[in-house]
Design a protein around this ligand. Structure first.
Ligand SMILES: N[C@@H](CCC(=O)N[C@@H](CS)C(=O)NCC(=O)O)C(=O)O
Length: 203
C-alpha cells in the first residue's frame, strides 16, 4: 500500500494523515509536489484522472482517490477506534456533519483560494471579484459551525470523529488562505484549540 501525499497546507491529504495517526496506522507514503505540478504528470494522472492528491495505491495496483474514500477504506481495515460511528445514529450524524463541512465551508474557501491567493495566480480563469465575493460566505459558514458547537465538544456528538478532522483541516487551510475563523466565533475557536491539541493534529 502506498499513500501519495502532499504536505501542508494541502488539506485533503492531511485529512488522511490525521485519520491514520488517530488509528495508529503507519502509511508508507510518497510525496507529490503540488507547486511543482507533479499531480498533473502523466504517470500520476494515469493513477488519478482528476490530477489531485491524495490517492492510496494498493499492492495489486488498485487506486483509491478521494480523501474520505481512503479514510473509509482504512476504517474498514482498522475499525478501532471508530471514526465514522458504529450505531446507525452515530453513522448518520458523522455523515451529516462531514457533508456540511464539504458543502457549506469548503466551496467558498476554495473560491477565495483559487481566485485571490498569490499561489494560484497562474491558474486560468481567475476572477478576483468572485473570490472576494466568497469571503462573507466563508465567515457565514464558520458562524454556522460556531453555533452548532455551542452545546458539545465535538462536531458530530460526544466523540472525536472524521467530521472533526474535516472541519479542522478546512479551518486550518482557510487560515492559510487568509479567510480563517472569525474572532468572535468562540465555540469554534475553543473546539479548534481542543482538537489541535491532539497529537494527530501535527500530521
Ligand atoms: N475531493 C478531493 C479533493 C482533492 C484535492 O482538491 N486535492 C488538492 C490538494 S488538497 C489538489 O490536488 N490540488 C491540486 C490540483 O487540483 O491541481 C479529495 O477529497 O481528495
Amino acid at each position: 500500500m502506498l499513500f501519495y501525499d502532499s504536505p501542508n497546507p494541502a488539506p485533503n491529504p492531511r485529512r488522511v494523515r490525521i485519520f491514520a495517526a488517530e488509528k495508529g496506522i503507519d502509511l508508507p507514503a510518497r510525496e507529490v509536489s503540488i507547486p511543482k505540478r507533479e499531480q498533473k504528470a502523466p504517470d500520476y494522472v494515469a493513477k488519478n484522472p482528476r490530477g489531485q492528491t491524495p490517492i492510496l495505491e494498493l499492492d495489486d495496483g488498485t487506486v483509491i482517490a478521494e480523501s474520505v474514500a481512503i479514510m473509509r477504506y482504512l476504517e474498514a481495515l482498522h475499525p478501532d477506534p471508530p471514526m465514522f460511528g458504529t450505531t446507525p445514529l452515530e453513522i448518520a450524524e458523522i455523515e451529516m456533519w462531514s457533508r456540511r463541512v464539504e458543502m457549506i465551508a469548503m466551496p467558498p474557501i476554495a473560491a477565495v483560494w483559487v481566485h485571490t491567493h498569490p499561489f494560484t495566480a497562474a491558474l486560468p480563469g481567475r476572477n478576483a471579484e468572485w473570490g472576494e465575493a466568497n469571503r462573507p460566505r466563508v465567515a457565514e459558514a464558520f458562524r454556522f459551525f460556531d453555533q452548532s458547537l455551542a452545546d458539545r465538544d465535538f462536531l458530530a456528538g460526544p466523540a472525536y470523529s472524521a467530521a472533526d478532522i474535516l472541519l479542522l483541516t478546512t479551518a486550518d487551510f482557510a487560515e492559510f488562505v487568509g479567510c480563517g475563523m472569525p474572532e468572535d466565533c468562540e465555540n469554534l475557536r475553543g473546539w479548534h484549540e481542543h482538537v489541535s491539541a491532539r497529537p494527530s493534529a501535527k500530521a
